[in-house]
Design a protein around this ligand. Structure first.
Ligand code: GLC
Length: 569
């Protein structure tokens, strides 16, 4: 077990590895990763040196949105295994000293959920419909939607059910939004939190945590602006005045959940996925609510020192306000992989980079990528990130240095976001970072070892030929690989910085301009200085012993471009 995990508040400085179960490892041979696949790879996870795994949804689901369309919150999708498999996986993780975080999706259920079926059968005005957000349509027979709101995945946010009523779905049509004013909804989710806590879950990741509370009644629905861009209803707008996102009442829900978390010893924690403005993030993380909130500023930042510096400052600020710690995230299952994002020579200005993620997902086929540059910067980014106080969330495959897979044929795409828009734009969606992991470079069955049995179905998303050189066995055999670099850096972090429990950070003398440099106390009473050079000019190294560098230092001992170094003194 890592020293960090001996603490009751282990999650405050944890390294959490996100497992996207359907693409991690397939123990059954159906081409879909599964729970037994996670158990089978526990040694790999332990050797990596992480504190916890977070599993994206593995519940029964029609898989319209990669499992974020849940049909039953207290079971395992039969294609992924059974509850007994889950219990075994948790036991194996705990034996390996690894904590387990599960994903809760409270904003919406799948339309295959028994509640939604009951709502359709019961008709308007019924208690069954009240668990969701049904409203009468406009027009003589309710043939028009209640208003012009658009869903996050495109298209109208309202769907008619044939009897004059429409239901709200902020995401796909098959993801119906729940009504969090309904007491039964509130009670049921507390039951779900206890269900997984009782089965050994150590924490939770809360999907779209900022959308649960809605205000659809304080003014007539058709008075809300319904322009397709919805600038005035953007997810990141100011809280309180938006009927859908980041409403103040959402915090009451999390204060109730905190009571549930505190029934356990050690208390459970949760991390909120809340795409809200930085000034509002900390509330979700406060000690009487979830404990932590994702800080996505790193993920939104391209390779510019000022932007990263600001992201660090904002993250530390939010942590202080919430009296918790912040999180650092470079990649997850919703964005283009950062080894690709950082390797785009086209991105020369901040104005341009703001759009990079969107742009990659939009038209994945035409960008030019400098992979050597992307890899070099990904290594530098990791060292910069791992020295920071707070938790680090890694996304499966980043430890192999995977790039975004851009050339998935349209007919193979699974993401509901993949579509041609009304404006003729192509949006290829988020599948490029969800391709099944390569485990074996030379696999005669053409799945790069993703599936255990010799006879197996094809991986659910096609893997590109270049995955071979990133396969786990190939990287294990090469001490210069990204995998070895991750292992080395994670081990140093676990030994050197985290055990102090100190979450302070001081900017170092070298900090400024194209150089980010900060200092932290080490467990053995020394000072660690982390220096990242974003500029083309070599940067001066501070005094001390070089522990680890993301790239070879210059002959004169200076730090080259796009590199990070850890120095102790
Ligand atoms: C979150 C998930 C994303 C999903 C959406 C709707 O943003 O991370 O994958 O599509 O919620 O559930």
């Amino acid at each position: 077990m890592t020293k960090n995990n001996e603490r009751a508040d282990w999650w405050k400085q944890a390294v959490v590895y996100q497992v996207y179960p359907r693409s991690f490892y397939d123990a059954s041979g159906d081409g879909l990763g599964d729970i037994r696949g996670v158990t089978a790879r526990m040694d790999y996870l332990r050797a990596l040196g992480i504190d916890a795994i977070w599993l994206s949804p593995f519940y029964p689901s029609p898989l319209v949105d990669g499992g974020y369309d849940v049909a039953d919150y207290r079971d395992v999708d039969p294609r992924l295994g059974t509850l007994a498999d889950f219990d075994e996986m948790v036991a194996a993780a705990h034996d390996a000293g690894i904590k387990v975080v599960v994903d809760i999706v409270p904003n919406h259920t799948s339309t295959e959920h028994e509640w939604f079926r009951a709502a359709l059968a019961a008709g308007p005005g019924s208690p069954e419909r009240d668990r969701y957000v049904f409203r009468p349509g406009r027009g003589e027979h309710g043939e028009l939607p209640p208003n012009g709101w658009r869903s996050t995945f495109g298209g109208p946010a309202w769907e008619p059910v044939g009897d004059g009523e429409w239901y709200l779905h902020l995401f796909a049509v098959e993801q119906a939004d729940l009504n969090w004013k309904n007491p039964e909804v509130r009670e049921d989710f507390k039951r779900t939190l206890r269900f997984w806590s009782d089965r050994g879950a150590d924490g939770f990741r809360i999907d779209v945590a900022h959308a649960l509370a809605k205000d659809l009644d304080s003014r007539p629905l058709d008075e809300w602006p319904d322009d397709p861009d919805q600038a005035s209803l953007s997810q990141e707008g100011e809280g309180g005045d938006n009927p859908l996102w980041d409403r103040p009442e959402v915090h009451e829900i999390y204060r109730e959940w905190r009571k549930v978390f505190n029934e356990y010893e050690p208390p459970r924690f949760a991390v909120a996925e809340a795409w809200v403005c930085p000034e509002h993030q900390w509330m979700y993380a406060s000690t009487d609510e979830l404990g932590q909130v994702f800080n996505f500023e790193f993920a939104k930042t391209d390779w510019f020192a000022d932007d990263f510096r600001r992201a660090i400052e904002e993250g530390l600020d939010a942590a202080e306000r919430s009296r918790s710690t912040t999180t650092w995230v470079l990649s997850n299952h919703d964005m283009a992989r950062h080894a690709t994002r950082f390797g785009l020579p086209q991105v020369r200005s901040r104005e341009h980079h703001q759009l990079v993620n969107d742009w990659l997902l939009r038209d994945g086929r035409t960008y030019v990528e400098d992979r050597a540059l992307g890899t070099r910067r990904a290594r530098a980014a990791l060292l910069m990130e791992l020295g920071l106080p707070g938790s680090v969330y890694l996304y499966q495959g980043e430890e192999l240095g995977l790039f975004e897979v851009a050339d998935i044929p349209w007919e193979a795409l699974e993401d509901p976001e993949a579509r041609m828009t009304e404006h003729g734009d192509a949006i290829k969606g988020r599948d490029g970072c969800r391709v099944p992991l390569p485990w074996v470079a030379d696999d005669p069955t053409d799945a790069f070892g993703f599936s255990a049995p010799a006879e197996h179905a094809a991986p659910h998303l096609p893997q590109p030929a270049w995955f071979g050189s990133h396969a786990v066995d190939a990287e294990e055999a090469d001490k210069g690989s990204m995998l070895w670099f991750y292992r080395h850096a994670l081990a140093l972090r676990a030994e050197l910085v985290v055990p102090t429990g100190d979450t302070s950070l001081a900017w170092a003398a070298e900090n400024g301009g194209e150089v980010i440099a900060y200092e932290r106390p080490t467990a053995d009473g020394r000072t660690l200085e982390v220096v990242t050079n974003f500029g083309a000019e070599p940067a001066r190294l501070p005094e001390g012993e070089v522990l680890l560098a993301s790239a070879e230092l210059n002959a004169d001992g200076s730090l080259p471009a796009d590199a990070t170094v850890w120095v102790v003194r």
